[in-house]
Design a protein around this ligand. Structure first.
Ligand code: PLP
Length: 370
C-alpha cells in the first residue's frame, strides 16, 4: 500500500464516542443556535486556552475579517500582503475599500514594515498583516508605524492559532485578530472562525454585527451580517480542543524530521525557526531554487504528485495576480519582487497530525531521490 495518497492536510477529528453525548445534550435542549450553551462554553474555553480576554465566535474565518473592518469603520486604503489566502484581500474589497499591496520580508514571508511605511498615503486608515504559516509578523515595528500615522491594525491570524512569542500569545497584537477554524486548519470546528478584541465594549459591538446588528428584540444598531456559530459546531469545537496539544506535538515531530533531512540540500530552503517562538507547525513550506536544485518548483510538484505525494503551492498565484486585483497600481510585479519569487518557488509539504514515519519518508524521498 505504499502508493496511497499522502494529502497535504487532514482534519483533526474528535472521536464519535466523545462527540455523541454532546449531540444528545443539544437534542435535549432543542437550542440549536443564537448564543447557545456550547457557543458560550467554547468562547470561554478558547479565551482561556489562547490566553486572550475577548473572543467572538464566527461561522468561518472570512466574516471576522469583513466584520473587523466594519466594526472599526475603516475607510479608504488598507495596506496588506499579496502573499496570503485570497480571503484577506477579499475582505477589504467586500467593505468597498482599496487594498494596497506591499512586499514581504524574505526571512518570514510577512509584510516588510519599512515598505509599509513607504506605501502610506493620506487615504490609508489601516494595515491588515498576516502571520503567514504561523510565522509571527514584526508586531512591534508594525505597531510603531500604526501609532505614528494613526492607523488601525487588524491581523489576519488564520494561521497563528496559539502561536506565542516568549510565552505570550500573538493574538492580542494590534487592534483586532481573526482566526479560521476551517477543516484544513490546525484547529477546526468544521467551518468556523473568531474575532479577538481588547475590551468588552468592542466585543459587544462585534456580537451585534455578527447577529444582523440586533442590540435587543426590536433594536438594530448597525447593518450587521449573520455569522453566528451553531451549537453543533461549538460542541465539536469543544471536543477538538482536547486534542489540539497532541496534534501540534505530532506536527512538530514531522516538522523536525523534514527540517533535518532538508537542511543541506542545494536549492531547497526553509524559514529559520526563531528563538522564543512557540510555533503551531500549521504548514511546512519549502522554496525551490531551480538553478541550484536542478529542477523547477512546478517540476518537483508534479514529480511528487506522480508519486501520490500531494504538496500545495501556497501561496501561488499571488492575490495581486488575480483578475480582480491585478489592475491596481500596487499589484505590479516590480512592487512585489520578494513575494513574486516566493510564490514561484514555494511548495507546502504534507503536514498534519496523522502522518506516519513512513509517510514522512516517502515525502522526503520524493524530494531527495532525483
Ligand atoms: C483560511 C484562511 C482564511 C479564511 O478562513 P475561512 O475559515 O476558510 O473562511 C483567511 N485568511 C487566511 C490567511 C487563511 O488561510
Amino acid at each position: 500500500m505504499t502508493n496511497d495518497f499522502i494529502s497535504v492536510t487532514s482534519p483533526l477529528l474528535p472521536s464519535l464516542e466523545e462527540f455523541e453525548p454532546f449531540l444528545k445534550d443539544i437534542w435535549d435542549r432543542k437550542w440549536l443556535t443564537n448564543n447557545g450553551h456550547y457557543h458560550q462554553e467554547l468562547e470561554k474555553a478558547l479565551a482561556e486556552y489562547l490566553g486572550v480576554e475577548y473572543i467572538s465566535l464566527f461561522t468561518n474565518g472570512t466574516l471576522p475579517l469583513i466584520t473587523a473592518l466594519q466594526a472599526m469603520r475603516i475607510t479608504g486604503e488598507v495596506i496588506t500582503t499579496p502573499y496570503s489566502f485570497v480571503a484577506t484581500t477579499h475582505s477589504i474589497w467586500w467593505n468597498g475599500l482599496t487594498p494596497v499591496f506591499v512586499d514581504v520580508d524574505p526571512a518570514t514571508g510577512n509584510l516588510d514594515p519599512q515598505k509599509i511605511e513607504e506605501a502610506i498615503t493620506p487615504k490609508t486608515t489601516a494595515i491588515m498583516p498576516v502571520h503567514v504559516y504561523g510565522n509571527p509578523c514584526d508586531i512591534e515595528a508594525i505597531q510603531e508605524i500604526a501609532d505614528r500615522y494613526g492607523l488601525a491594525v487588524i491581523y489576519d491570524a488564520a494561521h497563528a492559532f496559539n502561536v506565542k512569542v516568549n510565552g505570550h500569545t500573538i493574538l492580542d497584537a494590534g487592534d483586532m485578530n481573526t482566526l479560521s477554524f476551517h477543516a484544513t486548519k490546525t484547529y477546526n470546528t468544521v467551518e468556523g472562525g473568531a474575532l479577538i478584541c481588547h475590551d468588552a465594549r468592542t466585543k459587544k459591538r462585534i456580537d451585534y454585527l455578527k447577529n444582523f446588528g440586533f442590540a435587543g428584540e426590536t433594536t438594530v444598531v448597525a447593518p450587521g451580517i449573520n455569522s453566528k456559530m451553531d451549537e453543533i459546531r461549538a460542541a465539536y469545537g469543544l471536543c477538538n480542543l482536547k486534542h489540539i496539544d497532541g496534534a501540534i506535538a505530532a506536527r512538530k515531530k514531522v516538522a523536525s524530521v523534514y527540517r533535518k533531512a532538508l537542511a543541506n540540500i542545494p536549492g531547497i530552503s526553509m524559514f529559520k525557526e526563531r528563538d522564543g517562538v512557540s510555533y503551531n507547525y500549521s504548514y511546512f513550506p519549502i522554496f525551490v531554487n531551480e538553478a541550484e536544485y536542478g529542477m523547477s518548483r512546478d517540476a518537483l510538484y508534479e514529480k511528487m504528485k506522480s508519486q501520490n505525494v500531494l504538496g500545495r503551492r501556497y501561496f501561488y498565484p499571488l492575490i495581486s495576480d488575480f483578475a480582480m486585483y491585478r489592475g491596481l497600481p500596487s499589484a505590479t510585479k516590480v512592487n512585489l519582487p520578494v513575494a513574486t519569487r516566493m510564490a514561484n518557488e514555494v511548495i507546502c509539504l504534507p503536514m498534519h497530525a496523522g502522518l506516519t514515519d513512513k509517510d514522512v519518508e516517502r515525502v522526503l524521498n520524493a524530494i531527495l531521490i532525483k
